[in-house]
Design a protein around this ligand. Sequence first.
Ligand SMILES: [Zn+2]
Ligand SMILES: [Zn+2]
Length: 80
Amino acid sequence: MCRLVIFTGTCTKCGEDQVWEDLTQELSCLQAKNNGIFGDCSNGVFQERHEFDQECDQCTEEDEGVGDSKDARKKAKTKS
Ligand SMILES: [Zn+2]
Ligand SMILES: [Zn+2]
């Protein structure tokens, strides 16, 4: 039987429910491997869900995008 491991949880920052698609794992069994397609076997796919909390992509982007350093640099420029 193949296993589809799905990680779901909530963002530690905005609290939104999330499915962490980046972490999803498709684990093919031998039969599916031989067929070359995930889930292509007599037993089908077993979905495994795990709880996992982390910052969502949006919040991570905001952290990186909005920096105090940018404003500081601007101010420094106008002064000189
Ligand atoms: Zn399988
Ligand atoms: Zn978030």
